[in-house]
Design a protein around this ligand. Sequence first.
Ligand code: T5A
Length: 214
Amino acid sequence: MPNRGRFITLEGGEGVGKSTLAAELSLRLSRRGVDVIRTREPGGTPGAEAIRKLILTPDGEIGGWQPMAETLLFYAARRDHLDKLIRPALERGSWVICDRFSDSTRAYQAAAGGVSAGDVEAIDRICVGVTVPDLTLVLDLPIALARQRMTARAGAADAIESRLLSYHEAVHLGFLEIAKANPQRCAVLDASANPQSLADAAMAAIDARLDGVR
Ligand code: T5A
């Protein structure tokens, strides 16, 4: 599609630095004259933000979600986000930087949560279709270090953050497997670097893979 913007997703476990990197990339690309939309999942539209609350901070009556129900909620939020924000922005020629996307469902609900990878791919084909990211930056950080950063930041753990360490280890491995299986789309970055060095590495990946504008 001519004039289509670029779709960049940031992936990795909690506390690895995705939001911090998204803000810095957005700044650096804007300075180059790129129209950048920064967004996140679950969320990005009022409907998807409402679903985010249902998933991450369900009230007592709900009592949590089973893995397939949780998967479908993430995809309901994703479809709303695609229809109302991501696709219109890309069609206008804007670049979209999205903090998490389908790879998070593959890592959390499939690799760690036990939903079959085939089921997630079938749902993804229906909901996401061809709007696949042009580039996915996978932030790789040992869980212990990510936890230290989250503890330093404080705030109560949500329904997913509070899952067992073994769950989060499976998520971490899941992301690395996704990157290995999709080398054209994914670049793995060492997230133990300081924020500026990490942003330098991310911009190098963008320039190498997306005909960066200067
Ligand atoms: N989820 C989501 C699913 O299970 N399936 C799905 O399909 C989707 C889309 C989302 C939750 O939902 C799950 C995954 C999550 O559990 P969230 O609140 O959006 O919840 O969680 P995160 O995306 O993980 O957000 P976090 O804010 O926790 O982590 P970030 O964005 O990776 O980290 P960031 O940038 O906020 O940084 C954390 C701390 O580290 C510092 C920051 O200042 C901050 O204090 N920091 C660094 N320190 C040193 N060096 C660096 N390079 C640093 N970068 C940041």
